[in-house]
Design a protein around this ligand. Structure first.
Ligand code: NAD
Length: 496
C-alpha cells in the first residue's frame, strides 16, 4: 500500500489492523484505479480516538489566535495546491474541473474565515445583579469530535466541519466517504505541513457501517457531525441519543425552483440548468423540481429541453465537458430505477432517461440529462431524493400554489424563486420552508459565512458555516467572579 493511501493516526501513516483494503476507482473510467485504501475496523478507530483524546489535553490550551494562525496557513497551502487537489478530486469523484476547483476554494474560504475567528470568538460580558460581582460567558471546547462526510464535496464539507472544530480547541477523527479517500489524504497532508500537531486530526478510512459506526459508538467521542443520507442520519442520531452525545445532521434535499410568469426567463433558464445538472445533480442543494407558472411553462420547457440536450457529457478533466459521470454503478442504477418509477407513475419523459455510453464513455457511469413533464407533487419522483441529473417539471396556477407545492416534501434544504415582483419575493422569503432561499438565483451557491443547513427531515436544527457552526463544536460556560469578599446569594440578597 502506498504511503498516500493509509490512515493517519497520531502523526503516523498506518495500515489498518484488519489488513483489508478497498479500491478507489475513477467513475469516468472504471479501469483507472486510483489506489487501495484501508478497511479500518473498531481497533483502528479506537487508536485514532485515543490519539485525539491525548492531543486534546494540549490543543485545548493553545491560544485561539495561534490556532487561527495555523488554520490560516492551511488556507494558504490549499490555495498553493488548489489545481493539483482539484484534478485529483475530479478523477476520484467525477465532477467537472471547474466545480472541483470551486470545492477546494470553499475549503480555502472557510480556512481564512475561521482563522479570523481565532481573535474574536466572542462570549458575553454582562452586569451582575449583585454588587462587586462580574458575570460572563465563554465558549469552551468539548473534546474528540467525529466527522463523517459524503463524497459529493470531498474538500468543502470536511473542512467546514473540521476548521471550526479545531478553532474551538477540539480534536478530530475524520471518516471520509469510501468514494473519496484520496482527497481526504491530501487534506491530511496539508494539515501536517501547516503545523497541525500530531493527534489533533486523525484520518480513518473504511466502510460506514464498520468504521463509521464504531466511531459513532465510541465512548470517548463527544460530538458527531454527520453529512449524508437521511437513512444513515437517523441511525446515527438514535445511537447518539442513547449515549447523550451531541450530534449535528446535514441530510438530504428535494429542492425546488419556482418560476413565476413575470420572471426573466433567460435568467431562470440558466439557473435551472446549473441547479439541476451541475455536479450531475449530485448536490444536496440540487434543483430536483422545477415549479412553473402555467403562463410561461410551455416556453421555458422548450428552452430548457433545447439546452439540456446539448450538455456535453464526459470526463470532467476535459475542460470542454459540462457534466461528468455519476459516482458509481449503484448510484446510476438508483437514478435509472427512479426514471422507471416516474414513467410508471404517469409522468411524461421529455428528454434523457437513459445511460450514456457513447464513444469513450462506455466504461464510466454516465447518464443523460433527464427531464420529466406533467409531474404531480405527490409522485415519488417529486418526493424522494434521486441524487442525479433528473428534473421534474410541475405546473402551477398561482404564486400561492407554487409555494404550497415547494413546501410539500419531507425535506427543507434549499429553494429558489424567479420573479420581478418584490412583494412576492418577500412573501416567498417568509413562507418557504427551507434553510436557504435564493431570489432570482439557482438553488445552489451557498457562501461560507452564512449558516448552512435545512429544516424538517434535512437535519436536526443545527447550522454549519457562518458563526452558527460554533454552537455545534463548543459548550457555553457561564462564569461568575465575586470580588465582594462575602457570600452573596442571587435571587435572595437583592430581592425586595
Ligand atoms: P451516506 O449516508 O451513504 O454516507 C455518508 C457517510 O456516512 C459516508 O462516509 C459513509 O461511509 C458513512 N456511513 C454510512 N453508514 C454509516 C453508519 N451506519 N454509521 C456511521 N457512518 C456511516 O451518504 P452519501 O451517499 O455519501 O451522500 C449522499 C447524501 O448526502 C445525499 O442524501 C445528500 O443529500 C447528502 N448530503 C447532504 C448535505 C447537506 O449539507 N445537507 C451535503 C452533501 C450531501
Amino acid at each position: 500500500m502506498s504511503e498516500s493511501c493509509k490512515n493517519y493516526i497520531d502523526g503516523h501513516w498506518l495500515e489498518a489492523t484488519t489488513h483489508k483494503t478497498f479500491e478507489n476507482r475513477n467513475p469516468a473510467d472504471r479501469h483507472d484505479l486510483i489506489g487501495l485504501f484501508p478497511v479500518s475496523g473498531a481497533d483502528d478507530v479506537d487508536q485514532a480516538v485515543q490519539a485525539a483524546k491525548r492531543a486534546f489535553a494540549r490543543w485545548r490550551l493553545v491560544p485561539g489566535p495561534k490556532r487561527g494562525e495555523i488554520l490560516y496557513r492551511v488556507g494558504e497551502l490549499l490555495r498553493k495546491h488548489k489545481e493539483e487537489i482539484a484534478r485529483g478530486m475530479t478523477r476520484e469523484m467525477g465532477k467537472i474541473l471547474k466545480e472541483s476547483r470551486g470545492d477546494v476554494q470553499e475549503g480555502i474560504d472557510t480556512a481564512l474565515y475561521v482563522a479570523g475567528e481565532g481573535r474574536r470568538f466572542f462570549g458575553q460580558t454582562t452586569p451582575s445583579e449583585l454588587p462587586d460581582k462580574f458575570a460572563m460567558s465563554v465558549r469552551a471546547p468539548i473534546g474528540v469530535c467525529a466527522l463523517i462526510t459524503p463524497w459529493n464535496f470531498p474538500m468543502a464539507i470536511p473542512t467546514w466541519k473540521m476548521f471550526p472544530a479545531l478553532l474551538c480547541g477540539n480534536t478530530v477523527v475524520f471518516k471520509p466517504a469510501e468514494d473519496t479517500p484520496h482527497t481526504a489524504v491530501k487534506l491530511a497532508e496539508i494539515l501536517t505541513e501547516a503545523g497541525v500537531p500530531p493527534g489533533v486530526v486523525n484520518l480513518i478510512h473504511g466502510r460506514g457501517e464498520e468504521a463509521g459506526a464504531a466511531l459513532v459508538r465510541h465512548s470517548d467521542v463527544r460530538v458527531v457531525s454527520f453529512t449524508g443520507s437521511a437513512a444513515v442520519g437517523r441511525e446515527i442520531a438514535s445511537v447518539c441519543g442513547q449515549n447523550l452525545k451531541r450530534v449535528s445532521l446535514e441530510l438530504g434535499g428535494k429542492n425546488a425552483q419556482i418560476v413565476m410568469e413575470d420572471a426573466d426567463l433567460n435568467l431562470a433558464l440558466e439557473g435551472a440548468l446549473w441547479g439541476a445538472f451541475g455536479t450531475t445533480g449530485q448536490r444536496c442543494t440540487a434543483t430536483s423540481r422545477l415549479i412553473l407558472h402555467r403562463d410561461i411553462k410551455k416556453q421555458l420547457t422548450e428552452m430548457l429541453m433545447a439546452r439540456a440536450e446539448k450538455i456535453k457529457i464526459g470526463d470532467g478533466l476535459d475542460e470542454s465537458v459540462e457534466m461528468g459521470p455519476l459516482i458509481n454503478r449503484a448510484a446510476r442504477e438508483k437514478v435509472h430505477r427512479y426514471v422507471q418509477i416516474g414513467k410508471a407513475e404517469g409522468a411524461r419523459l421529455l428528454i434523457g432517461g437513459a445511460i450514456y455510453d457513447e464513444g469513450n464513455w462506455a466504461d464510466g457511469y454516465f447518464y443523460r440529462p433527464t427531464i420529466f413533464d406533467q409531474v404531480i407533487p405527490s409522485m415519488r419522483i417529486a418526493q424522494e431524493e434521486i441524487f442525479g441529473p433528473v428534473l421534474s417539471i410541475i405546473e402551477v396556477n398561482s404564486f400561492e400554489e407554487g409555494i404550497d407545492v415547494l413546501n410539500a416534501t419531507a425535506y427543507g434544504l434549499s429553494s429558489s424563486i424567479y420573479t420581478r415582483d418584490v412583494g412576492r419575493a418577500f412573501r416567498a422569503m417568509r413562507d418557504i420552508e427551507a434553510g436557504i432561499t435564493y431570489i432570482n438565483g439557482p438553488t445552489i451557491g451557498a457562501e461560507v459565512h452564512l449558516p448552512f443547513g435545512g429544516v424538517k427531515d434535512t437535519g436536526n436544527g443545527h447550522r454549519e458555516a457562518g458563526t452558527t457552526v460554533y454552537d455545534i463544536f463548543s459548550e457555553w460556560k457561564s462564569i461568575y467572579v465575586d470580588y465582594s469578599g462575602k457570600l452573596q446569594k442571587a435571587q435572595i440578597d437583592n430581592a425586595e
